[in-house]
Design a protein around this ligand. Structure first.
Ligand code: SF4
Ligand code: SF4
Length: 94
């Protein structure tokens, strides 16, 4: 399973501070932070610890299995962010 960010993320980075495996991106200071519409959870790394859910001030984080139907699109959206990011890193000119 994984956790996902959906809906009303305000990019305040509370979840980043509590995530024990550093799987929420982009972070403040990253080149893509300002342009990102929300933050995303890397489904390959998330260990389903639930810490971010408690930390989020706007209830924008859900365990995959409990994601409301209207936010189901966000499962792919979160995963896609990391696919695009790793592609961009591989093709970046040093
Ligand atoms: S559930 Fe835990 S591991 Fe997964 S994103 Fe949230 S804080 Fe990080
Ligand atoms: S804690 Fe919630 S609102 Fe803040 S960055 Fe994380 S998902 Fe977005």
């Amino acid at each position: 399973m994984t956790y996902i960010i959906a809906g009303s993320c305000i990019k305040d980075d509370s979840c980043i501070e509590v995530c024990p495996v550093d799987c929420i991106h982009p972070k403040p200071g990253d080149p893509d932070f300002e342009t990102a519409e929300q933050l995303y959870i890397d489904p390959e790394i998330c260990i389903d610890c639930d810490a971010c859910v408690e930390a989020c001030p706007v209830d924008a984080i859900f365990p995959e299995a409990l994601t409301p139907d209207k936010f189901e699109y966000a499962l792919e959206l979160n995963a896609e962010f990391f696919v695009e990011r790793s592609t961009a890193e591989r093709t970046a000119i040093p």
